[in-house]
Ligand binder design. Sequence first.
Ligand SMILES: [Zn+2]
Length: 104
Amino acid sequence: MSTGVGIWRCKACGTGYFPERLLCARCHGHDFVADRVTEGVIEEITVVRHVLSQTDWTPKRLANVRTTNGPRMTVGLRDESGPGTVIALFEEGNAPFGAAKAAP
Ligand SMILES: [Zn+2]
């Protein structure tokens, strides 16, 4: 597991993207640098209850997240956090996940 989720940030205007784009939608720049976002706010939750050909599937929660200083992205949610919760973002096996930040 690694902290944060990798994104691409436009060199010219700083807009963040996930996944990578060929051209920046804002300034049409085409130079991007790798960056990481480490937290975001949950905007919406989706529960995936059934998947074709999976017989022992357990429901999984997906969160649409507005990342801090970055793009919106969908991550697997590891806890019962709801909309409005600030979650920490991390990667496992190149897939993005999130869970409520531990109390300081
Ligand atoms: Zn740009």
